[in-house]
Every structure is written in structure tokens, then in C-alpha cells.
Design a protein around this ligand. Structure first.
Ligand SMILES: [Fe+2]
Ligand SMILES: [Fe+2]
Length: 409
């Protein structure tokens, strides 16, 4: 890490805002979330700058145009990939695995369809299914520095069955999917998660629900905010177990209190939109090894929560809903501090791990960044961008590319 987390986040957000200006945006943008600013607007010299000059300063690192064209290729698959006549089967449950029964009937080789009973590699957020044919049958490859076949929304909903157990993280419906090829043939990886937040291990819950996309998004956000309370409580407990400095333990406790407040605020927004936010349920877990802690901190903190802080900054600027903008201003400041905590914890853990373990943690972190690129390569529903300020794909990629240079390289 070559720069402070807060500064890196503000730079990445400014670059992205300049890359994707809002129609009503003036000449300058103001970013909330300055580190060390406990109240009020935190904009200081480094936090406020002209969007255009920031973009110019970053030169070619934005990657916006490449991202846009890459996305367009993926988007074009929406019309280019024809429905293959696959028919959903009956909805059998496979509780525990997280995979559920609505799998596609096997079609002719070369068709973009999922083999029956082929669910594998269940994780808390995703399930992988075998494809009947090659991954290329599902659409053109999307080049994000590695090859993935990111599929359009309609195709994901066709291929990826809702999780019959409501989703291990409370989300039953697919959020994105990608097709890929390996020695075993074609596969599709279906993800049921969002890109923000620190998700604790062992998370489970009922499906979130709401009358429209905004309500469902807010319900998921509220659910993840509530879940991250436990993530920080556990982090604080394990830091104590492993003899971490008192300042780190105190910062984890403070972050847990922040998340209680975030959960309350976002639940209020979700319920106002008509959504139902289920209670968070967690499986019992013991304390982990330092390496297991480091892996979770790298993925959930240094990558996902760090990006979450950037997205919160963007929402604080761009949400059309005034209440959401207000809520996200405060949340962005807190999340920036949480991101900083993740990197501080990572540095402390590095001093405790041997070289081989540090390499494994780093590899896992790199993989988490690649997964983020998959998640963010598709535009969200336009109403989420307009009302909640959720960044479009090109803007999200601009943030990631900038963070790759400043933090994740
Ligand atoms: Fe939060
Ligand atoms: Fe957080």
C-alpha cells in the first residue's frame, strides 16, 4: 500500500465521477468521507477538487473507455445470445449446500444451458453449475485482464436457479453470473451477493423481499449492514485472542457500533420503500487461526469494504433520493474509517504470518479483486443509479482500476 486509504478512495471516486458525470453535475464535485473528520463535511484540500482536473491527473489509469467498450460487448450478448429453449425443472430443495433445484434440462451440445443436478462449488455467495456445451455458447468473452464470459441479466436469471434455502446470505436471486471453460468443460458461476460490506463467515437468513428494485436493494444493504456488526465483534474478539494492540481492538469495537447505526438507518430506508429485512442468522463459529483471519480481512475488508466505502461516497454525491444521500454521507465517512482499519489490521497480521502464508493471503486478495470486476462489469438497474446513486459499470470499473493502482497492486 503506497498511500493512505482515505486519500486513495477519494482519488478513485473523483476519477470515476469525472469519467461518468451526472447530467446535473456542476464543475466540481465534493466528496464526503475524509478520514479523521468526525463530523460535518470532511472536504478538505485533498478531498475537493475539480472532477475534470482529477481525471486529467490520473492520465490513462482510469480505464473508463476500455471498460465501457468491454461492457458493451457483454451487453450486446443480451440480444446475441438466443434463448436455447431450456425449461426450468421443478424446484427441489437442497438445503445446506445453498444450491437449489431449478436447473435446466440438458439440451443439445453447444447450447447455453445448465446440466441437471450439476451444482458444485457452493460458497456463501455463489454456486457453480456445469454447462451442457462450451462457455462460448453463452456469449462472447469479456476481457477484464483475464477472460470471463459475463452474461446479461436475463441469461443469468435463466441459468441460475433461485437458492431454495433463501440464499446462505439471505439473497435468493442471482445478482450476476459468468461462464468459463476449464478441462472439465463449460461452467457458469452464479453469484447471489452484493459487492459491498464485510460479510461474516457462517451467515444465513431468509430471503430479502420488496416490491421493486430499489426496495430489494435497500433490504439487501440493510441486511449486510446488520451482518457486518457481527463481523466486527468477531474481529475484535479474535484480535484480543491473538494479542493485537489495544488500539486495533478499540477500532473494531467502534466499527461494530457504527454498523449498528448503519443497519438501523438502511433498514428504515428499506422499510420506507416497502421492503422486508430479515433477521441475520449466524452459524456458531470458533476463533480462527491468524491466517484465516487474514484471509477474511483481506477479502472482506481490504477489498470489499474498501470498495464499499468508495461506493458510499458516490452514493452520497449521486443519489437522487435526498434521504439516501444524507444517510450515505455519514456512512461513507464511517466506511472509510473501516477500510483504513482493514489495512491496519492487514499490516499487523503480516507481521505475524510467515512468508508462505502472506503469499496465500495476497493471492486470495487478488482473486477477490477479480471477482469484483465480474460483479461490477454489468450496469445495475438504471433506477438504482438514479435513486440510490449506485454507479454504472464504467464508473465502478474506473474506481476499481484506480484502487488497483493505489491500494491493490
Ligand atoms: Fe456499514
Ligand atoms: Fe463497514
Amino acid at each position: 500500500m503506497r498511500t493512505s486509504v482515505g486519500r486513495a478512495l477519494r482519488h478513485a471516486v473523483l476519477v470515476s465521477l469525472a469519467a461518468a458525470p451526472a447530467a446535473a453535475c456542476g464543475g466540481s464535485v465534493t466528496i464526503a468521507g475524509g478520514s479523521g473528520s468526525p463530523s460535518g463535511s470532511s472536504v478538505g484540500g485533498s478531498g475537493t477538487t475539480s472532477g475534470s482536473s482529477s481525471a486529467g491527473a490520473s492520465g490513462g489509469s482510469i480505464g473508463g473507455s476500455g471498460a465501457s467498450s468491454g461492457y458493451a460487448a457483454s451487453g450486446s450478448a443480451d440480444s446475441g445470445v438466443s434463448s436455447t429453449g431450456t425449461t426450468p425443472g421443478s424446484g427441489s430443495s437442497s438445503s445446506g449446500s445453498g444450491a437449489s433445484g431449478r436447473e435446466m434440462d440438458a439440451g443439445a451440445p453447444g447450447q447455453c444451458a445448465v446440466k441437471v443436478n450439476s451444482a458444485s462449488s457452493n460458497t456463501v455467495c455463489s454456486t457453480t453449475f456445469d454447462l451442457v456445451g462450451a462457455a462460448s455458447a453463452c456469449g462472447p468473452a469479456y476481457d477484464a485482464g483475464f477472460t470471463i464470459g459475463l452474461l446479461p441479466n436475463a441469461k443469468c436469471e435463466e441459468l441460475c436457479p433461485p437458492r431454495a434455502d433463501g440464499g446462505l446470505v439471505g439473497f435468493s436471486t442471482v445478482t450476476y453470473c459468468s461462464a468459463y471453460e476449464d478441462a472439465g468443460g463449460g461452467h457458469v458461476n452464479c453469484s447471489y451477493c452484493l459487492f459491498t460490506g464485510r460479510r461474516p463467515e457462517g451467515l444465513s437468513g431468509d430471503a430479502t423481499d420488496g416490491p421493486d428494485a430499489v426496495a430489494r436493494f435497500l433490504a439487501r444493504a440493510a441486511y449486510l449492514e446488520a451482518a457486518s456488526v457481527d463481523a466486527f465483534v468477531r474481529l475484535g474478539r479474535e484480535l484480543k485472542t491473538h494479542g493485537a494492540p489495544r488500539s486495533l481492538r478499540a477500532a473494531a469495537r467502534r466499527a461494530a457500533r457504527d454498523e449498528v447505526r448503519h443497519a438501523r438507518v438502511t433498514q428504515r430506508l428499506a422499510e420506507r420503500a416497502g421492503a422486508r429485512v430479515p433477521a441475520v442468522r449466524l452459524q456458531a463459529r470458533g476463533d480462527r487461526s491468524l491466517e484465516a483471519m487474514a484471509v477474511e480481512n483481506a477479502v472482506e475488508g481490504c477489498v470489499r469494504e474498501t470498495l464499499g466505502a468508495a461506493v458510499a461516497m458516490i452514493q452520497a454525491e449521486r443519489a437522487g433520493d435526498r434521504d439516501v444521500r444524507g444517510a450515505m454521507k455519514r456512512i461513507a465517512r464511517d466506511e472509510t474509517r473501516h477500510a483504513q482499519l482493514s489495512w491496519t489490521v492487514a499490516r499487523w497480521l503480516d507481521t505475524k504470518l510467515n512468508a508462505a502464508a502472506r503469499v496465500r493471503v495476497r493471492q486470495t486478495r487478488d482473486q477477490a479483486v477479480r471477482e469484483l470486476l465480474c460483479e461490477l462489469a454489468r450496469d445495475p438497474d438504471s433506477v438504482l443509479t438514479a435513486r440510490l446513486g449506485i454507479p454504472p459499470a464504467a464508473q465502478a470499473r474506473a474506481v476499481i482500476e484506480d484502487l488497483r493502482e493505489s491500494l491493490w497492486s
